[in-house]
Design a protein around this ligand. Structure first.
Ligand code: ACM
Length: 635
């Protein structure tokens, strides 16, 4: 009997090795439903990518898949249209009939030893199926050079998948720091891999005007350039009068078209943002008459432009607002938006509207006259008047407007969309007013904030941990989901000087954004998410892409005990880590004291060091923090 039970256990164990548990896959965003089968599909150099003969518009999907597969496998796969699919190949097919479940962007994917079958209602759906397919390979599929193998295995699986939100955006600010066309394309490539579909391009701000406007050439001749500064942005000196403008850049209209076409091939819409009336110092430096108080301005060079007192309204140090009381401002915007509307096929244009200081408007004769003429009772309502005029301009170009929370202070065109950024307050209010909302709040969707302990992260004024980003439910309580157009994360680049650091700030938090913008809320599972992203870290290593390992680093919380003595509490975002520490200035390893609860800081110590280990291997980075700094935190 014992022998039989033993044999049964062996059989069960070996079966469990054949029928993989479904969570041994690592797909981001997590598919709606997945069922593992037996065996696998072998991709070899003779595999063909077959397309349904009558399916139009999918050659692009096949071409991109072949190119993606070629990098690591070295295989130059043929692709062709066929009347009937043959076994052992990749099959791309547009759905005939209706499958209301998968909708416009969903897909079905079935891998077996007979082939890799993908069906969808649209080329976009098929494209997403191919992105999932790529993630079913081992991470070395992301290698930039050829890895010699006769066959590349994909596990058998049946997936049905479709997105939760129609708008799945990432915003990139190219005004504070400029990113080249090639870098923007890389950003778009990574968005596409994780099924984002809106690239929000923040093209103008106080620090730079980055889009060529042929009717106003000085916008880029002057507005795109400033002195080069390196260090901690926003704390620099104002440029000296003779300081040369050596930093900057802009996109020509041809380059804009190139990026828009590139993104369209990957089923990504590009929404341009022209941020007005505030955040406009670069435009005003080029055309000073656009301001209430024309002067000799320069684009912001990382010096302080705005002041945010704890009590009282924020104000601008330079007149960085387009003057709502001047007709020439609306003529300017009409011409700018005419050119912008022609460059971007997407139905929306972002008009900004955020953080418009009113202190120069308050002193302006033009604004005073406007208020009298239009019977506008307060300076705040001047911005509502301005927003109304800009909405009309946008509508006259055949587009719809979208703007940050502040556009909502007045009445809005019912087609205008609110992008909710000041926590979720604005979005909740907008939905109550039956306006459509894209949630992109500071509380969980600002990727420019620090992602770990401030003692190790490049400094920014606030922190959003990966766990905070992941665990948030993007639709706040009480909001009718029918008004939620979608979700987005934003990357402001004041402190991001180069593309490698951009990647560090975006990944892995954008994996979390990808998951909650696509996957049903009830599929959320933090340990499973960590397991998946660690697989993508390996993919990133093969692809030479940077990501932040911050989730492994300890978080340091300083407290005073009942005797007012300093104590340190260590926290982690993920389970299964051990933390070793020292106060004697040396580098702790796994032979040092292991954290097991509140630590008393020795009286004479001057430095605290701590590092995370997993399975006796260092995994986090060494954090060093002076006791003086700990004391500051305890106050
Ligand atoms: C914003 O972060 N000012 C939209």
């Amino acid at each position: 009997m014992i022998r039989q039970i033993f044999l049964l256990l062996i059989i069960l164990f070996s079966l469990s090795k054949v029928v993989f548990p479904q969570d041994s896959l690592f797909i981001i965003p997590k598919p709606v439903s997945m069922e593992r089968g037996n065996g696998h599909f072998n991709l070899t150099r003779s595999t063909v990518i077959e397309m349904g003969e009558k399916d139009t518009g999918i050659e692009n999907v096949a071409t991109m898949l072949a190119a993606d597969l070629k990098k690591a496998t070295g295989f130059s796969l043929f692709f062709k249209k066929v009347t009937a699919f043959s076994d052992g190949n990749i099959h791309l097919k547009l759905y005939r009939g209706s499958d209301t479940l998968i909708g416009k962007e969903g897909y079905n994917l079935m891998i077996s030893s007979k082939g890799a079958d993908m069906t969808a209602a649209t080329p976009a759906g098929l494209f997403y199926a191919t992105q999932t397919l790529l993630q079913l390979f081992t991470p070395d599929i992301e290698s930039k050079s050829v890895i010699t193998k006769l066959a590349w295995k994909i596990p058998s699986v049946r997936i049905t998948d479709y997105p939760r939100f129609a708008w799945r955006g990432l915003m990139l600010d190219v005004a504070r720091h400029f990113f080249t066309v090639n870098e923007v394309k890389q950003f778009i490539d990574d968005m596409a891999k994780y099924k984002f579909n809106v690239f929000h391009w923040h093209l103008t701000d106080d620090d730079g005007w980055r889009i060529e406007i042929k009717s106003y050439p000085k916008l880029t001749e002057i507005g795109a350039w400033r002195p080069n500064r390196v260090g901690t942005y926003t704390f620099f000196q104002h440029p000296a009068p003779d300081e040369p403008n050596t930093y900057g850049g802009f996109y020509t209209q041809d380059q804009i078209k190139e990026v828009v076409n590139y993104a369209a091939k990957k089923f990504i819409n590009v929404i341009p943002e022209i941020d007005v009336p505030g955040h406009s110092l670069a435009a005003i430096a080029a055309y000073p008459n656009l301001a209430s108080f024309p002067g000799n301005y320069r684009p912001c060079s990382g010096d302080s432009t705005m002041v945010w007192p704890k009590d009282g309204p924020f104000y601008a140090l330079f007149d960085n607002s387009l003057c709502a009381g001047k007709e020439e401002v609306y003529e300017f915007l009409d011409k700018v938006f005419t050119e912008v509307a022609l460059l971007f096929p997407f139905e929306y244009i972002h008009i900004g509207g955020d953080e418009n200081a009113k202190n120069f408007w308050e002193k302006s004769d033009d604004i005073r006259q406007l208020m009298k003429k239009e019977n506008i009772p307060s300076i705040h309502q001047v911005q509502n008047y301005f927003t109304g005029r800009v909405e009309k301009i946008i509508r006259s170009k055949g587009k719809k407007a979208i703007g940050w929370d502040e556009i909502m202070e007045g009445e809005l065109d019912p087609e205008t969309v609110v992008m909710s950024w000041q926590k979720t307050k604005g979005g909740i209010e907008a939905a109550k007013r039956k306006l459509n909302v894209v949630f992109a709040p500071t509380s969980y969707a600002y990727l420019n904030y620090m992602q770990g302990d401030p003692s190790i992260e490049p400094p920014v004024h606030s922190t959003r941990l990966l766990k905070t980003c992941y665990e948030t439910e993007p639709i706040p309580d009480g909001v009718d989901p029918k008004y939620v157009k979608g979700v987005q994360a934003n990357l402001w680049t004041e402190q991001i000087y180069n593309y490698r650091h951009l990647q560090y700030m975006v990944w892995p938090r954008a994996f979390a954004v990808s998951d909650w913008s696509w996957t049903p809320a009830n599929r959320k599972n933090w340990p499973d998410f960590i397991r998946r992203i660690e697989n993508h870290f390996i993919r990133y290593s093969y692809a030479d892409k940077k990501y932040a390992p911050s989730m492994y680093d300890p978080l340091i919380v300083v407290k005073k005990d009942s005797d007012q003595e300093l104590t340190v509490q260590l926290e982690n975002q993920i389970d299964g880590l051990d933390m070793y520490y020292s106060f004697d200035n040396s580098f702790p390893d796994n032979y040092y004291p292991k954290y097991s609860g509140l630590i008393n800081v020795p009286k004479e110590a001057s430095l605290f060091r701590v590092i995370s280990y997993r399975h006796n291997k260092p995994i986090g980075r060494m954090i060093s923090i002076s006791i003086d700094e700990l004391k500051k935190r305890s106050n």
